[in-house]
Design a protein around this ligand. Sequence first.
Ligand code: ADP
Length: 612
Amino acid sequence: MKKTSGPGGFMVDTEKRKAENAAAPKVENLLGRIAELFTNHRGALVGTIVLVLLGAGLSVIPPLLIERTFNEGLFPPVGPPNMTVLAQLVSLMIVIFIAAAAIGVWQTYLTARVGNEVMGQLRERLFSHLQSMELAFFTMTKTGTIQSRLQNDVGGVANVLSNTVSSVLGNTVTVIAAFVAMLLLSWQLTLVAAVIMPLMVIAQRRVGQVRAKIAGKTQESLSEMTAITQESLGVSGILLAKSFGRQQIEVDRYAAENKVQIGLQIRQTMSGQWFFAMVQIFFSAIPAIIYLVAGWLITEGSVVSIGTVVAFTTVQARLLFPLIGLMRVVLDLQTSEALFARIFEYIDLTPAINDPENPEKLNPEDLGSVELRDVTFSYPGSDNEVATLKSVNIKVQKGQYAALVGPSGSGKTTISYLIPRLYAASEGQVLFAGVDVRELSQTDLIDQVGIVNQETYLFHATIRENLAYAKPDATTEEIITAAKAANIHETISSFPEGYETVVGERGYRLSGGEKQRIAIARVLLKDPPVLILDEATSSMDTRSERIVQETLDAVTRNRTTIAIAHRLSTVINADVIFVISGGEVVERGTHTELLKNKGLYSKLVNEQFKNA
Ligand code: ADP
């Protein structure tokens, strides 16, 4: 694998990669883009705003009622407590509390819905965007890194999304309302209470910065852990670790990163705790100070009633939670900025391979011919000076069987990738039925091609589901017919659960030959005019190889086939052979013609196919 740096790119040197990741990606107009996520939820947002305003408005009333309760109900200017007034005021307060609680529940529902829907859409958008990325992106990025952005980062902002709206709105309004109430009660006492505000704002900014930094590091470490998990707990990874007895190394690698994660989590929780404790102390101390100031004001000749002092301290105490809530939201937003940036960075990636604006349609009668015209290609991100393919010209007529032969590393697989546009040619053209693949939509193009690789990927699902992947609406009959043609029906039927047998991830419960025949059945179901075939080299015994071979003969009949050939028999019978060496087509022709040439081909035949 080459050293490449892309977003979260693969780096052999872990430290170097970490250093790269540590710099949080810069995304322009981040807040605007976060706000944009909510545009489709205007109704619910307006509903939330109305409820929040209602709730906040209601919350101003009780303190004012408290003042009256004391001054008119409990301690009227003359005589004993006025029970009628008292009963009225108390009932009104209770009704308001009940209404406020109901509004609170409703509002929580609305915001939870908006938050989760927005987050769900973000996750889906990211997933489908990643689906549209070209193959090169995935060869250059660790799978774990990609998974981590989808799960850890999107998950990380979930809370912020669902809490921010209601918290910001609700708390701002409550704070403003409380201030108004306090001012109405006594401007002098309000002044005393307001003195500590600037201090809190300054302290809070500092805490926010520290937290944001820790959050960035936490996500990076989480991403690393996901990558390790993904690499070493997959079937291939565990097989490698077990066969080399390297489990302890994997455990150590995980433990080291886990330690980092634990430290970061503790720091994340603890950062700001002192700050919040300080805020709490201030708030608890303020009433005491208020009594002091009230006493002083009265001695100085101002009129301050008991009701005012009680109501004032009540409102002031109620300020605590909304204020802390607001600060937390600001902190959360600061913290999640890094996560949002990581998500948007992926959403902003532009696929290197795109559909044209007005795709051409292929004429069904012409389907089948494939041509590479002067194709030059270098792998994206590869720092090779020499191109992998150089001015390759290959023309395969409809229905022909073409064999690509050549030494390992000469570029045969690369050619097979360029035909279905898994990679885009750097120069030159790839043509299907005479139409440049860049003029076709990718769906139309891929409908034309079937690919049978040496490595067959099967989902962890039933055999039927794996087969039907090629044609979701395939009937049971069609599936069985394809399986029969691929010589795999009998094997499948011999399993106790038949077509409903679940194959393990990557099909580890099936042998190499069986997997390949399933892959062939899959292609048969798809029934494409062009087949790209990477013949297996040596993973099978002679018997399975013969079965696969017979199967392939059936599949390639009446179909344009481009085979990376490893067997003399296929090569001999090919309509045309292209000999590839060092990324170039060095010879072309039929077996007999090429043998006469006494060039690379005849040498290969002597060496490579000697044993056949
Ligand atoms: P063949 O199929 O003939 O064995 P390939 O087409 O697989 O050869 O490889 C041709 C060259 O391209 C080799 O030098 C190989 O190292 C290089 N190559 C293959 N895949 C990649 C990749 N994803 N990125 C960079 N270089 C690659």
